[in-house]
Design a protein around this ligand. Structure first.
Ligand code: PLP
Length: 421
């Protein structure tokens, strides 16, 4: 079987470590299922990204939808990152994590009036509008607050990101953004929109993109718009490239962030404006694992099943995207033979699996497995399906750890239903 190792999660004497902490010792203390994150991974990835674009005026806004734990957001904020939020809840989380509103930007194809109002009241750096109707709402709400809202228009560049259809967002058929003609028409209405200041163009063409070309194609299209608008006297302050940079989960060959920068810099250098990025997955995916305990082994009609104590409600990606995650024992034992098994959770759905027909070494009840690359879109997509409590979250910093979210209690589950009728 194959193992996934990195500078952040690696084996020492056959024991999996997160940084300098044994995962076995940690999970024996905090119990499973447990999300375990490496602070050094988050820090290194942020710095790499930032450094790659040092030659231009740029800013990174961590897309906290990938991992919205307050301490994770704070880790990025402390490094100087802004935060991209996609809802009122994420906005409140970013503020609670200590982000300055001037370092916050708000996305969302369907913002409610309440969300728009909060963003304007808090003086966010900008709101990314995605339709003509939304623009008029923003203008109206800003007028009622006697404020000017800073707004970028999300343009759908109609570029194929060659990723999973559910996370492809930059094609004409997708619900996101406005087409280029509508964008130009709206920008030209700037003078009629007294309570809006258009500050930029924004895009986000999808997630888990492993080729540079779609970004280059989209950046070329949008930089042309910026230059066209400039020639008409409409000067924008920034181009927001969105997120989408892919991570290695299995054996995908992703690109180096320096090559990404090298391909894009010539385009950016032609425009006289700042460049924003909203990476999520790139900063978090391989910075986390989900540790789960083997509950049962069984063999049905010659098929092996390993039933573990975490489920699709804890990590949804395999169920909804058929996503691949390496799964490996946290203690390697030389005397074990490899088997082919489905690794599944206790939830009452056949879609509740982490891997199918996976080669894995035999494990015994009570042993722990690590589901790798679980730092992005893991806990943020977790639910209470089957009335299961969501996992604990741990942040490791060298040989120390902090519980950054405790395991839900059963009281949590009943919190919103105080009365029986
Ligand atoms: C608007 C926007 N920005 C940024 C991101 C982050 O994408 P990723 O995690 O692929 O970098 C997303 C993800 O859906 C998004 O919708």
């Amino acid at each position: 079987m194959e193992f996934f190792e990195s500078d952040y999660f690696h084996y020492r004497n056959n024991k999996l470590y997160c940084e300098d902490l044994s995962v076995q010792e940690l999970v024996e203390t905090v119990d499973s299922p447990a999300y375990i994150y490496s602070k050094k991974y988050f820090t290194d990835k942020y710095k790499e990204f930032d450094e790659a674009f040092r030659k231009i005026k740029h800013k990174i806004f961590f897309a906290c939808k990938s991992n919205f734990n307050l301490s994770v957001i704070k880790t990025f904020v402390n490094l100087g990152s802004g935060v991209d939020v996609n809802s009122e809840g994420e906005l409140l989380r970013a503020l609670k994590a200590g982000a300055n509103p001037q370092n916050l930007i708000m996305s969302g194809v369907g913002k409610t009036p309440e969300e728009i109002k909060l963003a304007i009241e808090k003086d966010l750096l900008m709101i990314k509008a995605e339709s003509e109707e939304e623009i008029f709402w923003i203008n109206k709400i800003a007028l009622s607050l006697n404020k000017t809202a800073r707004v970028a228009l999300r343009v759908n560049p109609d570029v194929d990101a060659h990723t999973h259809p559910y996370i492809s967002t930059g094609l004409a058929e997708n619900k996101f953004g406005v087409d280029t003609e509508t964008a130009m028409k709206l920008f030209r209405k700037q003078n009629d929109l007294k309570n809006i200041k258009f500050t930029g163009i924004d895009m986000h063409i999808g997630s888990q993109i492993i080729k540079i070309e779609p970004f280059v194609e989209a950046a070329n299209k949008l930089s042309e718009l910026i230059l066209q608008l400039k020639s008409e006297g409409i000067v924008l302050e920034h181009l927001d490239m969105g997120g989408g940079v892919g991570s290695t989960y299995n054996n995908e060959k992703t690109f180096e962030i320096n090559d990404f920068a090298k391909s894009l810099l010539p385009i950016f250098q032609k425009m006289d404006c700042d460049v924003f990025f909203e990476p999520g997955r790139y900063l978090t995916a391989n910075g986390g694992i989900l540790v789960t305990k083997v509950l049962y082994n069984k063999n049905n009609h010659d098929k092996n099943f390993i039933i573990v104590d975490s489920a699709m409600n804890d990590l949804l990606r395999p169920s909804i995207y058929s996503a691949y995650h390496h799964i490996q024992p946290i203690i390697l034992k030389n005397d074990r033979k490899n088997i082919v098994a489905d690794i599944v959770g206790p939830v009452c759905e056949s879609g509740d699996f982490f891997a199918k027909k996976r080669e894995i070494s035999e494990s015994i009840q009570g042993e722990y497995l690590a589901i790798m690359s679980a730092g992005a879109y893991g806990m943020t997509m977790a639910s209470n399906y089957n009335s299961r409590r969501r996992p604990i979250e741990i942040l490791v910093d060298r040989d120390k750890y902090k519980i950054i979210r405790s395991r839900e209690t059963f009281d949590h589950l009943f919190f919103d239903e105080p009365e029986l009728i």
